[in-house]
Design a protein around this ligand. Structure first.
Ligand code: SF4
Ligand code: SF4
Length: 128
């Protein structure tokens, strides 16, 4: 199965972990809601973004991520932890049938993101 390694700098998200890693099991990338399409990366968004308002939220996310042997081992040996990526931006050149992304890596960004549309898949490139 094709799945990119996700690097994310959205440190306001509950799923963000230092090292620009995303601890969610799965993320979904969507088009801008109003137009339903994307012409530039600013139009895309990570729907799995969840604003981290409190430390309790962050601990909750850690609990839900169920950090067990695999993830701890990944931290120790420096392996990147990465979620399954589902993407609905089907005019991106990396988009693949069945909502897969066939880029090797993607960068999710959104400085000081407060809500989902503030996040972007920076790797988006129009191409289909
Ligand atoms: S914004 Fe998306 S990719 Fe980034 S940590 Fe949150 S869920 Fe993961
Ligand atoms: S690079 Fe393109 S196909 Fe891959 S997640 Fe981003 S927008 Fe979707």
């Amino acid at each position: 199965m094709t799945n990119p390694i996700v690097k994310c700098t959205v440190d306001q998200c509950t799923h963000y972990m230092p090292g620009d890693q995303c601890m969610a099991a799965k993320i979904s990338i969507y088009n801008e809601e109003e137009t339903g399409k994307s012409e530039k990366s600013k139009d895309t968004q990570c729907k799995s973004f969840h604003h981290r308002k409190t430390m309790g939220d962050m601990l909750g996310a850690l609990h839900n991520a169920n950090i067990g042997g695999t993830v701890s081992a990944a931290f120790l040996d420096g392996t990147q932890v990465t979620p399954v990526v589902e993407c609905f931006v089907n005019n991106c050149k990396y988009w693949h049938n069945n909502n897969l992304c066939n880029a090797g890596n993607i960068d999710v960004s959104g400085a000081n993101a407060a809500k989902t549309p503030d996040t972007d898949c920076s790797t988006f490139e129009e191409g289909k």
